[in-house]
Design a protein around this ligand. Sequence first.
Ligand code: T4K
Length: 397
Amino acid sequence: MDRLAILGGSPAFSEPLHVGRPNLPDRETFNELLDGMFERRWFTNSGPLAKRFQKELESLLKVKHCIPLCNGTIALELACRAIGLKGEVIVPSFTFIATAHALKWQEITPVFCDMRESDFTIDPDRIEELITNRTTGIIGVHVYGNPCDDGAIQGIAGRHGLKTVYDAAHAFTNEVNGIPVCQLGDISVLSFHATKFFSTFEGGAVATDNDELAEKIQLMMNFGFAGREKDRVDYIGTNGKMTEICSAMGIAMLDRVETIRETNRRNYGFYDRHISGIRGITLRKPSSALSEQNWQYVIITVDQDEFGLSRDELIKVLDAENVLARRYFYPGCHRMMPYTNEFPNKGRLLPVTDRVSETVISLPTGEPVDESGIIRISGVIRKACEQASAIRKAIHG
Ligand code: T4K
């Protein structure tokens, strides 16, 4: 699409503005930690940096155990395995595909559940109808950091003898009415991927207050080896360890949490100011249950009738202007292979997930974005609305 013909005015951003651009650590702290690592010649296998990172995480997140791992997906797999999930597990469809894959990879069947439009999390009113005699657990995802309705989920789990796992990949440091999210459920999983609010390049963690579960995960993440001599294997394990270099990144990033959170909060405020009043665009508010949050995601929804363009047409306009927004999450997992073709998800109707996933856009935030960028992004969206019919003609001919 020829952008100037449509929007005119100032040139597109010379550097693309991405969703998911990483926040950076203090480089001096990081380099010092690396110097120590090279001097020690100790690179992985629960080295001193991984141990220190774990302690610091536990204190920040107010949870008894927070075991750093190589990524969030393996963290999910280990959490599900350690807690004994099998058969079928109920999981929202509106999530990153890793949540479903972590189950399927272990031959557990994900059974997709619809979501609440209000806060994007799994709808507890739709869970019970999906329970069968093969169901062993529920995974809730704190989508965009919004906490799942833990009270309702625990009620259902208690009535049916199910385990609860929370995918807290978006909710690092978030608290619900004063309770840290990692204290909810039997076990929680974090992601420290490069694109996350808090990054260790690649990384993740499992958080739990349960000593027995924590011990199992410590063994499972290291091939199941027990004892110093490594002559005994207690579990079928995997290699889920976090390296020393990733742990160094984590330690250096911990010093930055407050500042990044403040930057994200400010950016949200800028979007609120500059996007407000654009017909058909709603800047979604974080859940009112959050007493502490990282403001990691800036989410808008597009009402096509009001705005004049569909969400996908707006994404095309933003792309042409070098604003690389994302459709997190589109489509729902139940519409992706192999799930869409397989029992019990084949033909599954999840109307709220389908509707919401057609309208959401995640906009750039974090430290690489400032108010001037947000003014320009908002300006592109405003102009797209004003020139909607010309844009539709340019796209569709
Ligand atoms: N559960 C949930 C709810 C999750 O959201 C995720 C991950 C997981 C579980 C699994 O955790 P991990 O195993 O990943 O730790 C990205 C991330 O790769 C993924 O971690 C994240 N969720 C998901 C929501 O987003 P993609 O496939 O969209 O990434 P990609 O490569 O398209 O990059 C996204 C944007 O970030 C682009 O605009 C480019 C930018 N970027 C990316 C990287 C890697 C950078 O600017 N620099 C970078 O280094 O999945």
